[in-house]
Design a protein around this ligand. Structure first.
Ligand code: UT7
Length: 330
């Protein structure tokens, strides 16, 4: 019998209603549609509005839709992980808050912070529990309310990010032709100098001064991050393809992290893939950090055929990066 591994068996999302367009942004900071489109490839992003609505508001809504779609009772779920850099609060974990909001009572779980690589790191983690035999039905929530940590006075970062949450049901399979077949993940602390949120943690707790200095917002040295992202995301995707003797012809689609269209194009080219095999939605959602790869999977779900070879490739704060060799399961 083939070994047990993980398959995504259902996927749902919550997209906030409000759309922040480039023309609106250009009235807030010194920027324009031409710069944002040519340098990054984003036209608009969705933003969660409403007092007291955090990440779990979106995550719980996505999970409710997922349970309904997959006809799953909350009592059947035995693990829920939430990957995010924008939890409702530092503790308790947003995973726990989501479970409470949707009535999942027989599960345990926690949050995973791996920057924009949150999805690949979390899916790898769930896969280990599924392979161990202890977990039969897991939910992975990839959710970000990036607008909570974006400085809308900083033109270098405010056009980049958007909000969304995606929920996936993950279950064991023994079919060798579907599911998560392999992954490769990396971290390198060199990145902590170039992409971070300085204040609010135990190193620099909130004070009047940290607020005044705008240290609770994302700080990114874009060019440095770009350099590492473009090299590492392509390298790790190539590495997993080589390991499994996968050619560009074998790949149905590459699903890359959606941070910058130029990074996405460079990754696809390095893998020898034609443009129609590289799935993109950055133009309409911006960079939704940990939610970005799941958001593409959700949007293009109907395009996939059972057994399609998909390569996921991510890069994010830390630095963190990783790639997955996945075969669509339904
Ligand atoms: O998801 C986690 C990982 N993150 C990433 O992968 C992001 C990686 N980095 C990037 O995608 C790009 O570096 C950015 C999109 C963030 C920036 O693009 P860039 O081509 O690296 O621009 P830059 O920072 O080098 O800035 C070029 C110029 C500067 O002006 P000068 O100094 O040449 O006069 C900036 O001040 O563009 C200026 N600029 C802007 N101009 C109009 C920066 N932001 C803007 C803006 N509108 N919004």
């Amino acid at each position: 019998m083939s070994e047990v591994h993980s398959a995504i068996t259902a996927i749902e999302a919550f997209i906030p209603e409000y759309v922040l367009t480039n023309p609106t942004l250009s009235r807030m900071v010194d920027t324009d549609d031409q710069w944002i489109m040519s340098r990054v490839g984003i036209k608009e992003r969705h933003i969660l509005r409403g007092k007291g609505k955090g990440n779990s508001h979106m995550g719980a809504a996505a999970v409710e839709k997922l349970l309904q779609k997959s006809q799953t009772d909350p009592s059947e779920i035995d693990m829920l992980l939430c990957c995010t850099v924008t939890p409702d609060m530092l503790f308790p974990a947003t995973a726990n808050i989501i479970c409470d909001k949707v009535g999942i009572k027989n599960a345990w779980g926690y949050d995973i912070n791996a920057g924009c690589s949150g999805f690949v790191f979390s899916f790898s983690t769930i896969d280990a529990f599924i392979r161990s035999g202890r977990i039969k039905k897991a939910i992975l929530v990839a959710g970000e309310k990036m607008s909570a940590i974006v400085d809308y006075k900083d033109r270098a970062t405010c056009p980049l990010f958007g909000d969304a949450a995606v929920a996936m049901l993950i279950e064991p399979t023994t079919d060798p032709n579907v599911g998560l077949l392999d992954y490769e993940n990396h971290v390198d602390g060199v990145g902590r100098k170039y992409l971070y949120q300085k204040a609010g943690g135990s190193c620099y707790p909130p004070t009047e001064m940290t607020v005044k200095r705008r240290e609770h917002f994302i700080h990114q040295e874009g060019q440095q991050v770009f350099k590492y992202a473009v090299t590492n995301m392509a390298q790790v995707a190539e590495s997993i393809m080589k390991k499994h003797h996968i050619t560009a012809n074998d790949v149905a689609y590459l699903i890359p992290h959606q941070a910058n269209l130029r990074i996405i194009d460079a990754t696809g080219q390095r893998m020898g893939l034609p443009a129609d095999k590289v799935l993109i939605n950055i133009e309409r959602f911006g960079n939704t950090s940990a939610a970005s790869i799941p958001l593409v999977l959700w949007e293009y779900e109907n395009k996939f055929i059972k057994g399609d070879t998909l390569i996921f490739a991510a890069f994010g704060a830390g630095f963190t990066w990783g790639a997955m060799y996945y075969k669509w399961a339904y």
